[in-house]
Design a protein around this ligand. Sequence first.
Ligand code: HEC
Ligand code: HEC
Length: 410
Amino acid sequence: MIGKRPLLVFCALLLSAAAGCATARPNQTERLGKLLFFDTRLSTPPGQSCAACHMPEAGWTGPDSKINAAGAVYPGAVHTRFGNRKPPSAAYAAASPVLHYDKEEKLFVGGNFWDGRATGEILGNPAADQSMGPFLNPVEQNNSDEKAVVDKVCTSEYATLFRDVYGKRICGDVTKAYRAIALAIAAFEASSEVNPFSSKFDVFYENTRKAGLDVEDIDERNRKDFGGLGLDDGELEGLALFNTRGKCSACHVLEPGPGGTPPLFTDFTYDNLGFPRNGRNPWYGMPAGFNPEGAQWVDKGLGGFLATRKDWEGHADANMGKHKVPTLRNVDRKSSPDLVKAYGHNGYFKSLKEIVRFYNRRDGKPAAWPPPEVEKNVNTAELGDLRLTDREEDAIVAFLKTLTDGTMRR
Ligand code: HEC
Ligand code: HEC
């Protein structure tokens, strides 16, 4: 958990660098959201907080090497129950807009979850809609109903803070109180503590702006102009490739985030990259009551969600197998140097090198990877045969490692 003090230290070091530092002191709602996020009482049986699957020190995702190295799906509060996906980062996700269909671009943008089903339509905020899910999900925190969660919050040590923020009578209205809990968590997820913009890249980013340069322009010819601003030569080469032949920035964008923050490395759109299924996903073995399709289950992503919506079912086919473009911030952040991390919606990939190699050579012959989990809609225009050398793959990985928050302390 990041305490208040280290954050202030980052800010002092960053000087004017981080967009978030002006509001570094958390407000009451954010403080409440943090207490909720880390409260292990809010599960049945008690013991599992949101942080169990979204640990800050592991980049706000799962902190267990053994799990990450295998199915990459975390057990719920009832330890024999599993969901079906890898936890994405809970940081830098709150800026996602309400899920909508962009008619001009002809694609879906926004929402939370790999498949966008936390649309934001209920509370006007995908992160808040998302927060209403895990508490009641039987394969996650497993509370019986909203009232069970509200009762726990209203008898907690921070119940007074809850009433201070949402009004003296909030505990008397279960629906309102449950939504208030979700909104507080979303406020924490949007706070400068969760989104500190304190990586090596962020220092470099600020320096480039001061020097009148724009990272969106960087390429393999002009990258020397960006030297001496905080990234070393290899990292700069990686960034240049990220923005040119690697094509990464087509989806993990380098433009400022909503509200003018430094880049979030996602445009909140959806794509099917043809990642193979992860055969070790424990969901395949879950009882039929949870997973009626058993080992035949296929993760349809956004298309699967759209098919459940009368207003959007016509778009389902074109979006089968697509998953949300995740932020790349903190992809290499580790709670200990030997932590194994998992990448992609099903955690198939276990290192940054592996995943970059897949982007580079997916379509090579003979095929080096199993077939895509969903054959439909696989993107062949922006990845699969990038013709990067082994050394260039390494440069991209070196760049991805500069996206770890807190490295400012060095
Ligand atoms: C048992 C593990 C587990 C617990 C507990 C858990 N999550 Fe998650 N979280 C996940 C998984 C898995 C996903 C992806 C699910 C999906 O896409 O279907 C996810 C997705 C998310 C996302 C979406 C991020 C994005 O980019 O779309 C956010 C935000 C999040 N969780 C926050 C929370 C909060 C807040 C809590 C507590 C109320 C919580 N999680 C509890 C596993 C967990
Ligand atoms: C066409 C859009 C697109 C392009 C181009 C692209 N990505 Fe991605 N990236 C995605 C999507 C979508 C996912 C999630 C896919 C899934 O899980 O099925 C993803 C996932 C990732 C992940 C896993 C993150 C996590 O938290 O699990 C990494 C790392 C990554 N991309 C890095 C890169 C790099 C490096 C490049 C360039 C070589 C790149 N991406 C190019 C869309 C893209």
